[in-house]
Design a protein. Structure first.
Length: 231
């Protein structure tokens, strides 16, 4: 039995815990802050082991895989120790997508991604599609994969969530725009932040689609830099 450790007992963490438990993982949730009562009750209901206001290293560093909530920086001491041991630290999106055959539309950008995500979801739902809404908005994507049966998902994806993907490949990727943001998480290097946004495209193939703002200076310059012609 593989051990899944989840750092962060919020929406994405609890959703991942439920999905992991459903698929036979030995699941443990650890939150350095306080887990909200509503999430504690869910963890108890599913008989998932958890702790809060601490990170017990011997219960974390024996993981086969770790899902890190997006609000926890890579510079956090426990995350550094996991990386030093070579334990994969991934996002909720990366963990959950392996358990669904649904198509996904991944939407990122510095501004407007929430509005774009909600509008896209609304249009698809009104068009009669069996569609879910998740990512950085609404109910946890992993939680929906565990309990729902949607044919497609519209996912709002922050740069922090994209930092934790390895194989995730959206069928349609959308980059609304890019401007300096969260640079404290990226060593105050704008290029690092731009590269994080473009991770949404890194596993796409010629059968997938990328929609972007061709008038956005940062996006245009990045394509020139990587010498990649978008389709």
């Amino acid at each position: 039995m593989q051990r899944l450790v989840i750092l962060g007992g919020g929406e994405s963490g609890v959703g991942t815990a439920i999905l992991g438990k459903k698929h036979g993982y030995d699941v443990f949730v650890s939150d350095f802050g306080q887990i909200k009562d509503k999430y504690r009750e869910v963890l108890k209901q599913y008989e998932i082991k958890w702790e809060d206001e601490t990170h017990t290293e011997n219960l974390i560093l024996n993981a086969d895989v770790v899902m890190k909530s997006p609000g926890i920086p890579e510079k956090a001491p426990i995350v550094k120790k996991l990386m030093e041991k070579g334990i994969p630290v991934i996002s909720e999106i990366e963990f959950a997508v392996q358990f669904t055959k649904a198509k996904t539309i991944g939407i990122t950008g510095s501004n407007g991604k929430t509005t774009t995500t909600m509008l896209t979801y609304h249009l698809l739902k009104e068009g009669g599609l069996n569609v879910g809404l998740g990512g950085n908005i609404g109910k946890s994507f992993a939680w929906q994969v565990a309990e729902e049966n949607y044919d497609c998902y519209v996912l709002e994806l922050s740069s922090f969530q994209l930092d934790g993907i390895l194989t995730y490949r959206p069928d349609i990727a959308i980059i609304t725009n890019i401007s300096p943001d969260h640079l404290d998480r990226y060593d105050y290097n704008y290029d690092n932040y731009i590269a994080s946004k473009f991770r949404i495209t890194m596993n796409q193939t010629e059968n997938d689609f990328l929609i972007y703002d061709a008038d956005d200076a940062a996006i245009s310059e990045w394509f020139k830099k990587i010498k990649q012609k978008p389709n």
